[in-house]
Design a protein around this ligand. Structure first.
Ligand code: GDP
Length: 290
C-alpha cells in the first residue's frame, strides 16, 4: 500500500478507453472534481484551463489530456516553498488550528523527522488551556526523543514560550516547535495570543526564522477550507499541514486549500503513527489521484 492508496482516483470514470474531448467530457470531469472535494471555484478554474489547453494544443489522446490536467493541478498548488525555513538557531515553528485536528500529533511527527536529521528539537507546550494538551505533547516528546518545556495548566502561554526560548538558546537547540491552544478560533483571542507570542519572539529571538503552520483535518472537507480562510485572515500563515488524509477518499481538498488560500501545503498526515507524515510533493500527489 502506498501513502495515498485510500484516496480515490478522481478520473477513474473519465479516462477510460478512447476519450472524446467534448462538452460532455468536461461536464463529467467537472462533476468528478467536485465530488473529489476540489470545491466549486477550483473546479471551474481547472476545467476552464484544461478546455483552453485542449483547444489550443489540439489534445485528444487520453494520456495527453491527463498529463495536461496533472500539470494544471500541480501549478495550482505551486504557491510557495513547501520546505520549512529553519535558517537560524533557534528557529521557531508555531502550530495553530482548532482542537482535535492533529496539532500535537504533527508536532511529534515533525520533531521525530527533524531529530532523525540530526537537529536538536525543543517542544514548547504553549497550549496551557487544557491540562491534557501538555501531557499529550510530553508523551510525543518522549516518543520523538525531543526535549519539552511546559508549565502548569492555566499558565501564560507567553511565559512558556519565553522559557522555551531561553532553554533553546542555552542548549543551542535548532528548532522550537510550539503548540498553541485550539480554542483560539475566536478571531480576537487568536490575534491577541499570536501578537503576544510574536512579541516574545521579537524580544528573545529577534532574528529567528519563523513559521506559522495551520493544521487542518482533511476529513472535514470544504468546512476545513472555511476554517482555514478564517485563520488566514488573522494569522500570517506560512504553511498548511493537512492531517488525516488516510481517513478520506477525497484528495481534492489539498488542491482547493493550497489554491484558494495561496499558502503552500507543507506536510500531509497519513496515519496516527510517528512515521505517518509526508513532506508534501504536489507532483507525486497529483499523479496518485489523477
Ligand atoms: P490536537 O487537539 O490538534 O492537538 O489534535 P491531536 O494531535 O491530539 O490529534 C487528535 C486525534 O487525531 C488523535 O486521535 C490523533 O491520533 C489523530 N490524528 C492526528 N493526525 C492524524 C492523521 O494524519 N491520521 C489519522 N488517522 N489520525 C490522526
Amino acid at each position: 500500500m502506498g501513502f495515498f492508496d485510500k484516496l480515490k482516483k478522481i478520473t477513474t470514470n473519465i479516462f477510460v478507453g478512447k476519450i472524446k474531448v467534448d462538452d460532455a467530457f468536461f461536464d463529467e470531469l467537472e462533476e468528478a472534481l467536485i465530488l473529489a472535494d476540489l470545491g466549486m471555484d477550483t473546479t471551474m478554474e481547472a476545467v476552464e484551463q484544461l478546455r483552453t489547453r485542449c483547444r489550443k494544443e489540439k489534445l485528444e489522446d487520453q494520456e495527453e489530456v491527463r498529463t495536461a490536467l496533472r500539470e494544471i493541478l500541480v501549478e495550482m498548488m505551486n504557491v510557495g516553498d513547501t520546505a520549512l525555513t529553519l535558517d537560524t538557531v533557534p528557529s521557531v515553528v508555531l502550530f495553530i488550528g482548532v482542537n482535535g485536528v492533529g496539532k500535537t500529533t504533527s508536532i511529534g511527527k515533525i520533531g521525530n523527522q527533524l531529530k532523525s536529521q540530526g537537529k536538536d528539537v525543543l517542544f514548547c507546550a504553549a497550549d496551557t488551556f487544557r491540562a491534557a494538551a501538555a501531557d499529550q505533547l510530553e508523551i510525543w516528546s518522549q516518543r520523538a526523543n525531543c526535549q519539552i518545556v511546559r508549565q502548569k495548566e492555566g499558565a501564560d502561554p507567553g511565559a512558556v514560550l519565553f522559557d522555551a526560548l531561553q532553554a533553546a538558546k542555552a542548549r543551542r537547540s535548532d528548532v522550537v516547535l510550539c503548540d498553541t491552544a485550539g480554542r483560539l478560533h475566536n478571531k480576537e483571542h487568536l490575534m491577541k495570543e499570536l501578537a503576544k507570542l510574536s512579541k516574545i519572539m521579537d524580544k528573545e529571538a529577534p532574528d529567528s526564522s519563523r513559521e506559522t503552520l495551520l493544521v487542518i483535518d482533511a476529513t472535514t472537507g470544504q468546512n476545513g477550507l472555511i476554517q482555514a480562510r478564517h485563520f488566514k485572515e488573522t494569522a500570517g500563515l506560512t504553511g498548511i499541514i493537512l492531517t488525516k488524509l488516510d481517513g478520506t477518499a477525497k484528495g481534492g481538498i489539498v488542491i482547493a486549500i493550497a489554491r484558494e488560500l495561496g499558502v503552500p501545503v507543507k506536510f500531509v498526515g497519513v496515519g496516527e503513527g510517528i512515521d505517518d507524515l509526508r513532506a508534501f510533493d504536489a507532483k507525486e500527489y497529483v499523479e496518485a489521484i489523477v
